[in-house]
Design a protein around this ligand. Structure first.
Ligand code: RI2
Length: 312
């Protein structure tokens, strides 16, 4: 029964499926497939089984709230369903709606963000964010003359995906190592990065090293933009929950056999950038200040959000 869900969770954990938006869409799709294929007995059994499926997916990567929001959006009507058929159909429908909304949000961010790019700009980006890369590609497609510095983004090296995508689009892109960020920032006009999670006080949780780009941008008076769909805003952080910073395998950093016995490895793969270092959140709703995250979440989730406070 949980084969598809476990397969998707494994692909997300192993980063075969990666990127906060993609893992959210994969999670929602897996929930829709689970419900569409459900041949269980009763509504009560389905509610228990769909919760099990959700937990399997949510345990795969703890930091990106997008996965939690994608799974939650898919199952939001199960509790109020009055029959098994109504419950399963609601998951199939809601997961498809989330996937469509999430994909169109990336396109909307590209259109809005590209307006903040001027011809002649030199841009820096970090990791491989479909939202940030979308802004850069849209600016290029609009005929703006831009150059891009993409960081390698160790240890996983997502920057290699970014330079491949941008060069294939015909964009002038240069790969730099992560420790070159502050030096190269001197010749940079704007930074565009993605987001895994945005907390209720406007902090950006993104690939490790993002906060260093923000610090260097602040020092160099370079505009720092986070490109993020609003379903990456985290309601749980409103009520004090901390975002879990995922730590991944030591062998992603270096072959442990190359290290003297007793040397430890610490591999956190996300970091937090305080709101004060962020000039703009580029979202599908428009250009937001980090200070507006709370209001956007309350407006989007309504009274539901305060039920989360009572559940958390
Ligand atoms: P999009 C990625 O994490 C990066 O941190 C990236 O900035 C973020 O997800 C958002 O990506 P990982 O999956 O949703 O590479 O913009 O660990 O594609």
């Amino acid at each position: 029964m949980f084969k598809t869900v476990k397969g998707t969770a494994s692909d997300i954990k192993d980063m075969k499926i990666r990127g906060a938006g993609r893992i959210a869409r994969a999670g929602a799709s897996a929930m829709g497939t689970f419900a569409g294929n459900y041949r269980g007995g009763s509504l009560t059994e389905f509610r228990k089984d769909i919760d099990t499926a959700a937990k399997i997916l949510l345990d795969s990567r703890p930091t990106a709230v997008s996965l939690w929001n994608g799974v939650r959006a898919s199952t939001k009507d199960v509790g109020s369903a009055s029959s098994l058929e109504e419950a399963t159909e609601s998951v199939v429908r809601n997961s498809a709606v989330f996937v469509e909304m999430s994909s169109s949000a990336v396109d909307q961010i590209a259109k809005i963000g590209a307006k903040r790019v001027q011809s002649g700009d030199t841009i820096m980006t970090h990791c491989n964010s479909s939202a940030a890369v979308g802004v850069i590609k849209e600016a290029h497609f609009q005929g703006k003359d831009i150059k891009v510095y993409a960081t390698e983004s160790r240890p996983w090296g997502q920057g290699l995906l970014t330079v491949k995508e941008l060069s294939e689009a015909g964009i002038d892109v240069t790969l730099i190592i992560d420790s070159a960020v502050r030096s190269v920032m001197k010749r940079t006009d704007k930074v565009f990065v993605g987001a895994d999670t945005v907390t209720s006080n406007g902090a950006l949780i993104n690939k490790i090293g993002t906060s260093q780009l923000a610090l260097a941008a602040d020092e160099a008076r370079v505009q720092f933009n986070a490109c993020t769909e609003t379903y990456k805003f985290s309601p749980m952080t409103m009520f004090g929950d901390m975002v879990t910073i995922e730590e991944r395998g030591h062998d992603e950093v270096v072959d442990p056999a190359r290290l003297p016995k007793g040397v430890k490895i610490f591999n956190p793969v996300f970091d937090s950038t305080p709101a004060k270092y962020i000039d703009a959140l580029i979202t599908e709703l428009g250009i937001l200040s980090p200070g507006s995250v709370y209001d956007v979440m309350v407006r989007q989730l309504g009274e539901d959000i305060f039920r989360m406070r009572d559940d958390s």
